[in-house]
Design a protein around this ligand. Structure first.
Ligand SMILES: Cc1cc2nc3c(=O)[nH]c(=O)nc-3n(C[C@H](O)[C@H](O)[C@H](O)COP(=O)(O)O)c2cc1C
Length: 160
């Protein structure tokens, strides 16, 4: 199968999460196409599943991530698994506290907002993933790439 991992990133943390997701997809024998949405030429997307990520800024996704979501073809994606993911922060440097916060986020974040827009457009979202940064502009929490890989592994197991 082929997965598309599209992301926006201002300071690099969401990009690092996207790369970890793509790495996990390929390590399990699938193909992955990484797309930086700022560089996307609107070339047709060919894939069996889609991850879309954005940093959370002002409680929502970036305009570039929003444009990407709004240009998805509902006829193409409504029957396929779509995941939205984001980075949020700054969260605690203490892993236990950070993961507690991650597990109890409200919906004022990029991934939840992207899910709402997808669903308004008739594209169901299979799941939402959040990853932490520990400063306002990053860096990414040290356990985030591994968490991204584990969550991607669970997603791929459910694809079968
Ligand atoms: C102007 C600005 C607004 C932000 N607003 C939020 C916010 O509403 N909620 C949040 O969790 N993080 C917020 N952040 C932190 C970002 O989520 C963080 O910079 C981002 O995850 C880094 O990802 P990137 O390196 O991919 O850009 C904000 C950061 C900036 C610079």
């Amino acid at each position: 199968m082929k997965g598309i991992v599209a992301y926006d990133s201002v300071h690099g943390s969401t990009k690092a999460v996207a790369e970890a997701i793509a790495e996990q997809i390929t390590s399990e024998g699938h193909q992955a196409q990484l797309i930086a949405v700022k560089q996307w030429t609107k070339a047709p997307l060919v894939g069996d599943f889609l991850f879309v990520g954005s940093p959370t800024r002002g409680g929502k996704m970036t305009n570039e991530a929003k444009d990407f979501i709004e240009s998805l073809d509902p006829a193409q994606w409504k029957g396929k698994k779509v995941v939205t993911f984001d980075t949020v922060g700054p969260l605690s440097k203490d892993a236990e506290k950070r993961n507690k916060t991650l597990a109890s986020l409200n919906d004022k974040n990029a991934a939840s907002r992207m899910k709402e827009i997808c669903q308004e457009r008739g594209i169901p979202v299979y799941t939402v993933m959040h990853f932490a940064v520990v400063g306002m502009w990053g860096p990414l929490a040290p356990d985030a790439p591994q968490m991204a890989k584990e969550q991607t592994h669970r997603f791929l197991a459910e694809l079968k």
